[in-house]
Write a protein that binds this ligand. Structure first.
Ligand SMILES: Nc1nc2c(ncn2[C@@H]2O[C@H](COP(=O)(O)OP(=O)(O)OP(=O)(O)O)[C@@H](O)[C@H]2O)c(=O)[nH]1
Ligand SMILES: [Mg+2]
Length: 614
């Protein structure tokens, strides 16, 4: 059986078309009956993935090609999920490396190639999007070859097969000039070049748990591949991370992935990728093994979290009005449940019983959790993200990122200036002769927070950025704080057009007439440094001159609407983002001006005494 099995992962930089390629493969393998409608990017199955058009969780599927079964793992391309991709590679023997025919290899391409080489996978290069008018397929092949050489690939690895494709149109060919009709060349190349799984089916069982999932009815699910041995459902097994700590358990359900479904099975052997239920205490990186003759697999490396945020129940005057789950017990339970399946998330109790420290891999990783919770009906407040530093031999170190920017020529100057403020060091600058420049920097992760929206402003929407973890580096010193203060509501009530009109020259507003605000809420950006309290609820005194509300609204500037992510990046240390199922608001952590004054005075005093001492 296993000589007809192929296990592959699809890896690439973000948006190079991985999920679209899986679509085309599924469609052409007859998983869908002819009259069955198939949505686009069917593997991006959760709501958030569909809305954002990105893959967040890797997913398994399998396809029948003649007598061969091809297990496919679609992986996320965003750098925050690199750890997940790395674990997946432990499960496969080959990888389809997708590269956009116009963009060429990008930061994440480099990362996945490095890992694929490290795991000794057989790579197949798929030059995708050859239908793009700006496609430059041949040149991109050379660039990929250079990348392989630079990353130390051996002769055999450099000799990778190449397929040209337009995943969106569902066609591929071995040569650019081929008459392309379908995805057959991709299937053929996989079957021909990727080896069948090796391993002795009669040896003691070994499965490495590479992903976790959760099912409301059967509980925790462990996903992994059989390295050796044979597994029967309802069988007794042992599991754990070392021989000394092995526990015994019983598999209640054994599933395989088939098309888009999980199908129950009662026997599995070498190379099969499985989903197992019945072991609630199992963790990522555990080995599942024979209980009488246990044999361990080397553990997985799981990325350490780099970013922390404080989650707390909302205590604003709005608390409890918009959400379904509002207590700290509900919040704590939800976060603990998340910890069960979200491998790179870590949860610790905060300073008070109402706060929780949530650590994750990056801004996107944490904001996706927040967005998911918000949709489930949670109401909460969160602090701005803090980078987790570490101390090695007395030296303070911080996480660094390798940043690649692709910007129009005329914005290079202003972008470089912003990079300087954010303590980035330029490492490379190349022009493709098309009016766009590629810039590479090494930048502290702190400096990246909030940069995406700034880049879009600086480049009028034409800038592209991607980044990749570059480990830890020495602490780079303080970054300049936000250079503008905020406008804070001094009164509670509905915002009036009259008040906004009179306050317009103070700055930009985040609220519009009619919106309810509360004291201490951040309602705009001051055009000067320093915070300013304003009354945005003031009503017009009754007089003889009549102007209608509508007239005033016309003269108002358009408010700046912030998404949840923009708000998280925007807030300062003494501020919070309040998230409810219907709204995202920003607020001062201390709502009363009196409290804020007291804290400020105390801080001033402390720095005075510190200055006097030194
Ligand atoms: N022109 C063209 N566009 C394509 C092709 N394949 C995919 N796309 C488009 O590229 C975009 C990204 O495609 P996805 O399949 O979501 O890319 P992905 O690699 O799965 O992205 P992540 O999972 O977020 O890393 C979508 O808008 C696709 O429609 C292609 O062959 N030609
Ligand atoms: Mg995808």
């Amino acid at each position: 059986m296993s000589q007809h099995l192929r296990n592959i992962a699809i890896i690439a930089h973000i948006d190079h078309g991985k999920t679209t390629l899986v679509d085309a493969l599924l469609r052409q393998s007859g998983v869908f009956r002819l009259n069955q409608e198939m949505t686009e990017r069917v593997m991006d199955s959760n709501d958030l993935e569909r809305e954002r058009g990105i893959t967040i969780l890797s997913k398994n599927t399998s396809i029948q090609f003649g007598e061969h079964t091809i297990n496919i793992v679609d992986t996320p391309g965003h750098a925050d999920f690199s750890g997940e991709v790395e674990r997946i590679l432990d499960m496969v023997d080959g990888a389809l490396l997708l590269v956009d025919a116009a963009e060429g290899p990008m930061a994440q391409t480099r990362f996945v190639v490095q890992k694929a080489l490290h795991y000794g996978l057989v790579p197949i290069l798929v030059i995708n999007k050859i239908d793009r008018p700006d496609a430059r397929a041949e040149q991109v092949v050379d660039e990929v070859l250079e990348l392989f050489i630079e990353l130390g690939a051996n002769d055999q690895q450099i000799d990778f097969p190449i397929v040209y494709a337009s995943a969106r149109s569902g066609v591929a060919g071995h040569k650019l000039t081929d008459d392309m009709k379908n995805m057959q060349p991709v299937f053929e190349t996989v079957v021909k070049h990727v080896p069948a799984p090796k391993g002795d089916p009669d040896a003691p069982l070994q499965i490495m748990v590479t992903s976790l999932d959760y099912d409301d009815y059967i509980g925790r699910l462990a996903i992994g591949r059989i390295k050796q041995g044979t597994l029967r459902s309802a069988g007794q097994i042992a599991f754990g991370s070392s021989l000394e700590t092995l526990k015994s358990g019983r598999i209640s359900h054994l599933f395989r992935f088939e098309g888009l479904k999980r199908t129950q099975s009662d026997l599995a052997s070498v190379g099969d990728i499985l989903c197992l239920a019945g072991i609630p205490q199992i963790s990522l990186g555990d080995t599942i093994t024979d209980k009488d003759n246990p044999m361990m697999l080397p553990g997985l490396t799981i990325d350490e979290p780099t970013l922390a945020m404080t989650f707390q129940v909302s205590d604003s005057p709005n608390a409890g009005k918009e959400g379904k789950y509002v207590t700290s017990r509900q919040l704590g339970d939800r976060l603990r449940k998340e910890g069960e399946r979200n491998a790179s998330m870590r949860l610790t109790p905060g300073d008070t019983t109402d706060t929780f420290e949530v650590c994750g891999r990056g801004e996107l990783h944490l904001s996706i959790l927040l967005e998911t919770m918000r949709r489930e009906g949670y109401e909460l407040a969160v602090s701005s993200p803090r980078v987790l530093m570490r101390r090695v031999d007395g030296e303070l170190q911080e996480p660094m990122e390798q940043l690649t920017l692709d910007v129009p020529e005329d914005s290079v100057g202003s972008v470089m200036e912003r990079m300087g403020e954010r303590r980035a060091e330029m490492q490379n600058m190349t022009g493709s002769g098309t009016g766009r420049i590629r810039l590479e920097f090494l930048i502290p992760m702190r400096g990246l927070i909030g940069f995406r929206s700034e880049l879009l402003t600086q480049t009028r929407g034409y800038g592209i950025m991607s980044h990749l973890s570059a480990g830890y580096g020495p602490y780079k010193g303080e970054l300049a704080p936000r250079n503008r203060g905020v406008l804070i509501a001094s009164e509670a009530g509905p915002v009036t057009a009259y008040a906004l009109l009179n306050l317009q020259d103070r700055g930009v507003f985040f609220v519009e007439p009619g919106e309810e605000v509360y004291m201490g809420q951040i309602i705009g950006e001051n055009c000067r440094p320093g915070d300013l309290e304003v009354n945005a609820c003031k009503k017009k005194a009754v007089n003889n001159i009549r102007t209608s509300n509508a007239e005033e609204t016309v003269k108002l500037n358009v408010p700046r609407k912030m998404s949840m992510e923009q708000a998280l990046e925007y807030i300062a240390d003494d501020e919070l983002v309040e998230i409810t199922p219907t709204k995202v608001r920003m607020r001062k952590a201390l709502l009363s001006p009196h409290d804020r004054n007291r804290v400020r005075k105390q801080k001033d005093k402390e720095s005075e005494t510190a200055a006097a001492k030194s």
